[in-house]
Design a protein around this ligand. Structure first.
Ligand code: NAP
Length: 243
């Protein structure tokens, strides 16, 4: 069977990297990254070892105007797309809302919401024979993340509402749109937000008494992308150990 072409944003690390490597079994890949070129190269090497044709594309999604250039570069290499995992995202230092700065909130909204909306639109335009989009939300959209990053939670809530609208809009064209809500997952994101101990600290409070792995989230994403989920659209899947 012909390989489908999948774009994974934020494929240089964590959930995006795990998803890309797993998808390489039966997809060709456009891998996006921003700062971690070595991570993107590592993901690409693991994916190529599974037989995938892999290209790498850099874009800083804190500037939503970088999205058209990202797709111009994907067009040059692939010409079309079948699937998207809209995964790139950031947290920030744990702070109360009263301490937030305009720079912090604008960066958060750009990377986690504005750019993913534009990425989904550009991807959908290239899905000429149906397709699948998985937007990576967070359990934070259910909790609100008070005292930590309520701005992050708000961007993920926004992404879920966007997923709903997009799913309804694209269903007649055979493009399925879903969202996934990881809980506490052991990836570098917590350290980048200045709290590397967060996973170990919160693990005992999770009903399953442990953090999830990037691979456990990737498996759920791969199912949502696959024909096994052919009648699944406009839904949000929690992958959060019961949290
Ligand atoms: P991660 O390991 O830190 O990976 C984040 C990815 O996003 C990296 O590939 C990074 O690229 C990319 N990224 C960050 N800033 C960017 C920017 N300015 N422009 C473009 N790309 C940028 O984190 P992760 O845990 O795998 O997170 C992946 C997704 O899962 C995120 O949307 C996150 O909100 C969500 N999530 C994670 C958890 C968790 O507990 N880990 C829970 C719920 C939801 P570079 O490194 O190349 O810059």
């Amino acid at each position: 069977m012909a390989r489908k072409t999948l774009l994974v944003t934020g494929a240089s690390s964590g959930i995006g990297a795990a998803t890309a490597v797993m998808a390489a079994e039966d997809h060709d890949l456009a891998l996006h990254y921003n700062s971690n070129a070595a991570g993107a190269d590592e993901t690409a090497a693991a994916a190529r070892a599974k037989g995938a044709r892999v290209t790498i594309h850099r874009a800083d999604l804190s500037d939503p105007s970088s999205v058209p250039a990202l797709f111009a570069s994907i067009d040059q290499e692939h010409g079309h797309l079948d699937k998207l995992v809209n995964n790139a995202g950031v947290v920030d230092q744990a702070q109360p809302v009263t301490a937030f700065t305009p720079a912090r909130v604008m960066r958060m909204v750009s990377i986690n919401l504005s750019s993913p909306i534009l990425v989904a639109g550009e991807a959908a335009r290239r899905m000429s024979s149906g397709g699948a989009i998985v937007n990576v939300s967070s359990a934070a959209a259910r909790f609100g993340s008070p005292g930590q990053y309520a701005d992050y939670a708000a961007t993920k809530g926004g992404l879920e509402v966007f997923s709903k609208g997009l799913a309804q809009e694209l269903a007649p064209q055979g493009i399925r749109v879903t969202a996934i809500r990881p809980g506490i997952i052991a990836t570098p994101i917590h350290g980048k937000g200045g709290d590397a101990e967060r996973v170990d600290r919160l693990a005992p409070s999770i009903p399953m008494r442990r953090a999830g792995s990037a691979e456990e989230v990737a498996r759920a994403i791969l199912w949502l992308l696959s024909d096994q989920a052919s009648y699944v659209t406009d839904t949000v899947l929690d992958v959060s150990g019961g949290r």
